[in-house]
Design a protein around this ligand. Structure first.
Ligand code: SF4
Length: 480
């Protein structure tokens, strides 16, 4: 692939869109010429593909006077992407509801534009005219930004969030690209992993104390934390209670993702140690699909454990669904959502099917749902869930999402998960522990990432290194 850009170099952004239109091994040349004069942007793009030439002469009225450098830069880059996208659409039709907006956090874009001094109308203009975002998606991003505002305002200046990664699952789902291991092979590491994790909790608590900070939220994810046996789950939860100062804690979330890992004992343990929010994630309520994607539970198990969890006293339960699972039609998705709504969870996350390199699904013949149907699924979910009083409060996009759509969390206003918002908005430092965690320390002008090892075996063997890496946090100027 050859890329030549005159006037403005936006190769990274351009590559994102090239990957959406063309296969990686396709022979392709892209040339673009950027010019700004008389309050007009002009980007002329030429794509040479299979001995044919495709062009776009793109113009955009834009007055840079009074605009911040950040905004000018964003607009110039969007113009380059638009010009390429218009030319590429003459070759392949690709669903781009988010237009030329790159990046995984559309609501963060809204917030940043607002902090740069743009009002609602100007932000809408930026989304729809500059980035060519679909009006429905613009409304969604602006609504999420509005709904998360209060939680962001209440996020303490000296607060941190804690993420604890438990990389065990009973089997590996067909689409999985998370940090997780099949317990058929990894269960032998569980005890050792959990013992070390308690030491990491202790170490992290000491660091937080030295920073003069406090823990505001804890999220135990994975993997599937409830894949741990009850003793190990208790060990971790006890470690949290023993070592972290929890007097300012607002929420303690536990993913009990798969119904085949939940037991009454584990739910009671979670309750005993102060878990305030759990996730029971069906992904679909169609048993045929559950089997196809490799989950050893039925929709009936999901219903059973949901009502058990309510009986035990969990007042904030999240459920995840995935739109676009293999061979699911719009009606299948609609059925799942309608069934989930009957259970009345407090928080529902609608994910868009996403197939990353590590997923087993990548190597199958399974066809992905057409973009048009994906759009219909997501629009249905948005309309239907909003009717129930739940509001969209966090969202993110990923690479390789079917239809280039998004994941959205909807909750009743008093049940929004502050951890989810803060991780998306990158305003609060998140210290990650366990397998595959990625610590993000937010300082005034930077975000520093420190990675943990992923697999249980690696985590155990390189544990000393993990503890040393934790000390790096103390060296960061302005950390927390
Ligand atoms: S439950 Fe989640 S983390 Fe575990 S294998 Fe399935 S998709 Fe991966």
């Amino acid at each position: 692939m050859i890329i030549v850009q005159n006037g403005l170099n936006n190769e990274r952004g351009l590559k994102t869109f090239i990957n959406m239109f063309f296969k990686t091994d396709e022979d392709l040349s892209v040339f673009s010429n950027f010019d700004y004069s008389n309050k007009k942007i002009n980007v002329y793009t030429v794509i040479y593909f299979r001995n044919k030439k495709y062009t776009e002469d793109y113009y955009l009225d834009f007055d840079i006077s009074g605009k911040s450098e950040k905004i000018i830069n964003k607009v110039f880059k969007a113009a380059c992407a638009n010009s390429f996208v218009h030319a590429a659409m003459k070759i392949n039709k690709v669903n781009l509801p988010w237009g030329s907006m790159c990046g995984i956090r559309p609501a963060k874009n809204v917030r940043e534009m607002s902090e740069d001094g743009l009002n609602g109308e100007q932000i809408k203009y930026m989304f729809e005219k500059i980035y060519e975002v679909d009006p429905e998606k613009t409304r969604l991003a602006m609504t999420v930004a509005k709904n998360e505002k209060d939680i962001l305002k209440r996020t303490g200046k000296k607060s941190v969030g804690i993420y604890i990664g438990i990389p065990f699952c009973p089997t590996r789902c067909l689409y999985c690209s998370f940090v997780s291991t099949d317990m058929k092979f990894s269960a032998k590491y569980m005890d050792d992993f959990c013992d070390k994790l308690v030491l990491e909790i202790k170490k992290t608590a000491e660091i937080i104390e030295k920073l003069g900070a406090y823990v505001e939220s804890i999220y135990i994810g994975g993997g599937t934390p409830t894949a741990l046996d009850n003793e190990n789950l208790e060990k971790i939860l006890k470690g949290i209670n023993d070592f972290f100062d929890l007097k300012n804690l607002k929420e303690l979330s536990l993913e009990a993702g798969r119904a085949d890992t939940i037991t009454e004992k584990k739910l009671n343990t979670a309750k005993k140690y102060g878990v305030t929010r759990i996730s029971i994630n069906p992904q679909t309520m169609n048993d045929k699909t559950l089997k196809k994607v490799g989950r050893d539970h039925t929709s009936g198990d999901v219903e059973k454990w949901f009502s058990e969890a309510r009986k035990i006293g969990f007042k904030n339960i999240n459920m995840d669904l995935i739109a676009g699972l293999p061979d699911e039609s719009f009606d299948d998705f609609k059925y799942s959502l309608d069934e989930v709504l009957k259970l009345n969870p407090d928080d529902i996350t609608i994910h868009t099917m996403c197939v990353k390199r590590g997923a087993r699904l990548k190597n199958t013949e399974i066809e992905f749902t057409e973009s048009e149907i994906m759009n219909k699924m997501l629009s249905y979910a948005q309309g239907k869930i909003s009717e129930t009083g739940r509001v969209p409060y966090y969202m993110y996009r990923q690479k390789n999402m079917v239809g280039n759509l998004e994941n959205v969390g909807y909750a009743y206003p008093d049940k929004m998960c502050s951890y989810n918002i803060n991780i998306m908005e990158e305003r609060q430092s998140i210290i990650a522990l366990g397998g595959g965690g990625s610590t993000k320390i937010v300082t005034d002008d930077n975000i520093t990432r420190i990675y943990n090892y992923k697999e249980p075996k690696e985590y155990i063997e390189k544990f000393e290194d993990i503890l040393k890496r934790k000390d790096e946090i103390l060296k960061l100027k302005g950390a927390v």
